[in-house]
Design a protein around this ligand. Sequence first.
Ligand SMILES: Cc1cc2nc3c(=O)[nH]c(=O)nc-3n(C[C@H](O)[C@H](O)[C@H](O)COP(=O)(O)OP(=O)(O)OC[C@H]3O[C@@H](n4cnc5c(N)ncnc54)[C@H](O)[C@@H]3O)c2cc1C
Length: 458
Amino acid sequence: MKYEYDLFVIGAGSGGVRAARIASQAGARVVVAEEYRIGGTCVIRGCVPKKFLVYGAEFSQMIADAPGYGWTVGGASFSWPTLRDNVQSEVSRLSAIYTANLAKAGVTAFAERAELVDAHTVKLGKSGSEITAERILIATGGKPYLPEELPGVELGISSNEAFLLEKLPERVLIVGGGYVALEFANIFHGLGSKVRIVHRGDQLLRGFDHDLRAHMHIEVERGGTQLTMKATLTKLEKAGGAVSATLSTGEKVEADIVLFAIGRDPNTQGLGLEHAGVKLDEAGAVIVDEYSQSSVESIYAIGDVTNRMNLTPVAIRDGHAFADTVYNKRPTAIDHSFVPSAVFARPPIGAVGLTEADARRSYDAVDIFRTSFRPMRNMLTTNQERTLMKIVADAGTGKLLGVHIAGEDAPEMVQLAAVAVKAGITKKQWDSTMALHPTAAEELVLLREKVQSAGSPA
Ligand SMILES: Cc1cc2nc3c(=O)[nH]c(=O)nc-3n(C[C@H](O)[C@H](O)[C@H](O)COP(=O)(O)OP(=O)(O)OC[C@H]3O[C@@H](n4cnc5c(N)ncnc54)[C@H](O)[C@@H]3O)c2cc1C
């Protein structure tokens, strides 16, 4: 045989594991290398541990709401080490399942870093041995971006470290206004920390619908997180056991933890891609076609390292489609349209499809349906949190283009709304669905009146 293996997968995260398993089950000889822990970002330090921490954080609101429902909750207290360690045990259990599934599928796994030597050769970090394969799949994901030029940057942490903190910080300063920033604000605030967000933009959550962004600004502040917009950090310094951050406004802020959540970079540095001539874009992501093939015939890339849509289900779909295309002889182009996404903030967000601004750019006329209300669940409590629901439709055909929700259970609602939006149904068909009473979701099928857009859909 010309090559030792048919496929070498670099990175055992969501995408790499799926691709390796499906390729191996199709009869390919597959090897995978993982430099950290099998499972990747989502399982080890992303979606999964994050969601557990969000669940943990929710109890404080339930305790605050309980008296309205007649409950007296005395002596409630929270133990960070208990939650942290329980989450880590679950993460280890899941990682072990991923490892076992790879073995069951007949995939050889190396627990070490791998780098490219050429278009068919990979070098393993620890042993230094070189392995040849007919094809190489880059599935190395992304890593947190840190502002290396900032004086004292080493005093801050990224989401990677946030899961493993020794103790719960009393004061948390979060830099950034995207979904990771908001989710950790929700987690720390819910667990009892005092949280402040510093963001260079004038609005949170770039890329989301403008009404949702405005709603979240109000709700995050109402919830008790301090927002400082249009500001950056100019330096970090030690202040006893804490950190002192100087803002671009000149203000000094002391915090026990400074968490950078200002984006992620594709993991291509030091991978040796230049030895094979693989083309990258200006962000450092591997450029691929709709079959995930790079500029080099034998090299493919999937998931976050391609920076197309950085979500776990997308990486998994990418990996599966690659394996089907190459090893199951079923060419499968990936469809990245109408992918739902969530932000597990307070309130949580679920969104699918076009924002109002996107829709206005692409369609002659659009219809907007919107409602905002205080959900029934809050009525017996002092909880003032409001829900926002918005539907965007093509005025010409009536087709649904987007559904955007901020409110309790929004991600759960939007997973199902995504079925309708993806199927291309019209607002009329959507409206013909009977309401399910009493739910918050029923408001979605009862939205009849078109509204004028509020604010500027930037
Ligand atoms: C805090 C946080 C929360 C998130 N929450 C969500 C969420 O709620 N929902 C959602 O859909 N997505 C979420 N994501 C995004 C999601 O985790 C990623 O989209 C997903 O993990 C991408 O999968 P991947 O296979 O491309 O890469 P990854 O899962 O990142 O896997 C890449 C793997 O490659 C390994 N690796 C890198 N370089 C090498 C090398 N040279 N040699 C060997 N191994 C290497 C890495 O160690 C890693 O294990 C979250 C991300 C973060 C950071």
